[in-house]
Ligand binder design. Structure first.
Ligand SMILES: Cc1ncc(C[n+]2csc(CCOP(=O)(O)OP(=O)(O)O)c2C)c(N)n1
Ligand SMILES: [Mg+2]
Length: 369
């Protein structure tokens, strides 16, 4: 756990039992069942292997896509890598159920893959192909899959904060016990929509967990340069919303903190703000010269790499041999290679698709022949 703050309604230690059942299928999410063992218990071998494989998959997917972008020009447009932040996706997945909804900003590849949007359809989306998860019409910033309960992929900084609360309102209205995880960056935390959304989310006790992925930069602007309040979790205070800070380089810490917030939301206790401290190794986007930070700073965070940390735990505890790790890496490489083949062989969207999926109402007056 990151340093939890001991004021007001803050949390400092796990306070409820949690159990992860065994993983049945590769990349299908765990079920988190709050009736069983305490969260402070050691995580299982299966959990570590799942985290390792998932984080490797996300990273290798992005490294491959970056190569296809930079070296071969097969991918164009915006592209924001999640590399360095994978522990957030991993910890959130083991702390939530498949029915729970995720919504995020444009840095969306990692969460989409974690949530189960097919790797083939993600690569095809980057290629702009008809088989992409947004039919090739969204690209990197607009991954989407209703089946996977992944609600985007949003390019307007902060806009998804309100939409996430809207999804939570819908879940409450329908009487489900699903929880919405609404992700946004440290830069988005300075948008006015956050305050209006926090106000209503608390008033109506919506089942939403607000997750600020604080990677310390909004494009080239550091958190310190955006506000007098640099502890983003404190923004919850104005609405008496529970809040916490979490070490985002540790899937264990993410799981614990997110698990508590999800439990609260599921049990009708309302929203939580989690400030998850993380770091992106790559630039803001693929075309960022990164003049605003030093190589030493980047290297310091690479020294805490979540994939390497999880690998160390696996090997130290003999959860797997090096040969078994090599087999996982090979499997991941094969999935990524296959996604490239799938994307390259897929057709381009048909011209007739241009005006489809813009408005639900096909007779909307703006759509004319
Ligand atoms: C409303 C709006 N303002 C400005 C932009 C331009 N813009 C795109 S990303 C970004 C930085 C956001 O940083 P942060 O929220 O920290 O997310 P991160 O990129 O670090 O994941 C900005 C200002 C935008 N897309 N939308
Ligand atoms: Mg940021």
């Amino acid at each position: 756990m990151g340093a939890a703050k001991e004021t007001g309604n803050r949390e400092s230690k796990p306070d409820y039992p949690l159990k992860i059942t065994a993983l049945k299928f590769l990349f299908s999410p765990y079920f988190c069942d709050s009736k069983f063992k305490p969260v402070a218990a050691k995580f299982s071998k299966e959990t570590y292997l799942y985290w390792y494989e998932l984080m490797q998959l996300i990273r290798q997917f992005e490294l491959m896509a970056e190569e296809k972008y930079k070296m071969e020009g097969k991918i164009r447009g915006f592209f924001h890598a999640y590399i360095g932040q994978e522990a957030i996706a991993a910890g959130c997945m083991t702390a939530t159920r498949p029915e729970d909804l995720y919504i995020t900003a444009y840095r969306d590849h990692g969460l989409a893959i974690a949530k189960g949007v097919s790797v083939n359809s993600c690569m095809a989306e980057l290629y702009g192909k008809a088989t992409g998860c947004a039919k090739g019409k969204g690209g990197s910033m607009h991954f989407f899959s209703k089946e996977a309960n992944f609600y985007g992929g949003h390019g307007i900084v902060g806009a998804q904060i309100g939409t996430g609360a809207g999804l939570a309102f819908a879940e409450k209205y329908r009487g489900s016990d699903n929880v919405v995880l609404t992700y946004f960056g440290d830069g988005a935390a300075r948008q006015g929509i956050l305050h209006e959304t926090f106000n209503l989310a608390m008033l109506w006790k919506l089942p939403v967990v607000f997750i600020c992925e604080n990677n310390n930069y909004a494009m080239g602007t550091s958190v310190e340069r955006t506000s007098n309040v640099i502890d983003i979790y404190k923004l919850a205070d104005a609405y008496e919303m529970p809040a916490d800070t979490i070490d985002g380089m540790s899937p264990e810490a993410v799981h614990e903190g997110v698990g508590r917030a999800v439990k609260r939301a599921r049990e009708k206790g309302g929203p939580t703000l989690l400030e998850i401290k993380t770091y992106r190794y790559k630039g803001h986007s693929i075309s960022d010269p990164q003049k605003y930070r030093t190589k030493e700073e980047v290297d310091e965070y690479k020294g805490k790499d979540p994939i390497q940390q999880v690998l160390k735990t696996i090997l130290d505890n003999k959860y797997a041999t090096q040969e078994e790790i090599d087999a996982i890496n090979k499997r991941v490489d094969a999935i990524v290679e296959e996604s490239v083949k799938f994307a390259e062989e897929s057709p381009w969207p048909d011209d007739s698709e241009v005006l489809k999926d813009v408005y639900v109402d096909q007779n909307y007056p703006f759509i004319v022949d």
